[in-house]
Design a protein around this ligand. Structure first.
Ligand SMILES: Nc1ncnc2c1ncn2[C@@H]1O[C@H](COP(=O)(O)OP(=O)(O)OP(=O)(O)O)[C@@H](O)[C@H]1O
Ligand SMILES: [Mg+2]
Length: 275
């Protein structure tokens, strides 16, 4: 085990390619410590989901190394049942697309699946499953087939199926996507409660309006699939040039009283008028 017990993830010079010569991640150095809330920002296709998949042990670096809890994570290490159980009970991933995540015949079975793998007592599994269903307001869907649900309902089931495992580390890929405003607000508040409970949360998002509420640290991936920034949320959000370059805000040009104006659009900072 790593002597630094607070270090959970340690990525060193990680490269990943799905297709040879086409990098999805390049030279990523990243450490995540226990209790941190990190947001991963970046334009479409820059590698956010790929990075989360590496942290969940679903993909393995093409080059470089990924350690979790002081263990080098490789395919053969995760093939060992005992280690897989250690890792999977601690780290859980809510996918960007819930269709990839959901596979059980009913919603109740879906949220019970994780706890079942942990060999918890039957009563505890039932208690947890019903608790998370009611937490997400989807108790009435318990007997429905996940594949027949609406997009937002599926997302809620995917979130519930991860929460029922009570993991230490939550990897959330665009968690608010497809959720109605009330559920989004609930999720932000819930993420704050998880933070206060000492959970480690890594969230990939495009939504600049929520990052200051869900993260104390931001990392930005650029369109070359490299780390463009890593720092405290308020500091990174202040760097307009960086946000513009990473395609997280956009410049809008238009005519106003016969003069050309440019506005930088982002939800959080509002419109900055440059004359
Ligand atoms: N299964 C795959 N096969 C081949 N290439 C892929 C695959 N999945 C992703 N890629 C490529 O890898 C790169 C990174 O993709 P990734 O899904 O990690 O981006 P992302 O930052 O999550 O994007 P988005 O904001 O659209 O979710 C992209 O260039 C993408 O085209
Ligand atoms: Mg993605």
């Amino acid at each position: 085990m790593n002597p630094n017990h607070d270090l959970i993830f340690d990525l060193r010079q990680v490269n990943f390619s799905y297709i040879e010569e086409q990098p999805a991640l390049q030279s990523i150095d990243l450490q995540v410590c226990r209790g941190e809330s990190v947001a991963i920002l970046g334009a479409n296709g820059c590698g956010k989901s790929t990075l989360l998949s590496i942290m969940d042990g679903l993909l393995f670096p093409t080059k470089g190394s990924f350690e979790a809890y002081g263990n080098l994570i490789t395919e053969s290490k995760l093939a060992r049942e005992e280690f897989a159980r250690f890792f999977r009970s601690r780290v859980a991933f809510v996918f960007q697309n819930p269709d990839v995540q959901l596979f059980c015949p009913t919603v109740l079975e879906e949220v019970s699946f994780g706890p079942l793998q942990l060999d918890l007592p039957k009563e505890e599994i039932e208690r947890r499953s019903h608790e998370v269903l009611s937490l997400l307001g989807i108790g009435h869907l318990a007997d429905r087939a996940p594949f027949n649900l609406s997009g937002g309902e599926k997302k809620k089931v995917a979130i519930a199926s991860v929460l029922s495992m009570n993991p230490e580390v939550l990897l959330l890929d665009e968690p608010g996507n497809g959720l109605d405003p009330r559920t989004q607000a609930w999720l932000i508040e819930f993420a704050q409660q998880l933070r206060e409970a000492g959970k480690t949360i890594v969230t990939a998002t495009h939504d600049l309006s929520i990052v200051d509420e869900i993260a104390d640290r931001i990392i930005i991936l650029d369109e070359n699939h490299r780390l463009a920034a890593d720092g405290p949320t308020s500091e990174v959000l202040r760097d307009q040039e960086l946000l513009l370059k990473a395609n997280l805000i956009h410049e809008h040009y238009h005519h106003h009283n016969g003069m050309l104006h440019s506005h930088r659009h982002s939800h959080i900072i509002g419109h900055r008028h440059e004359h």
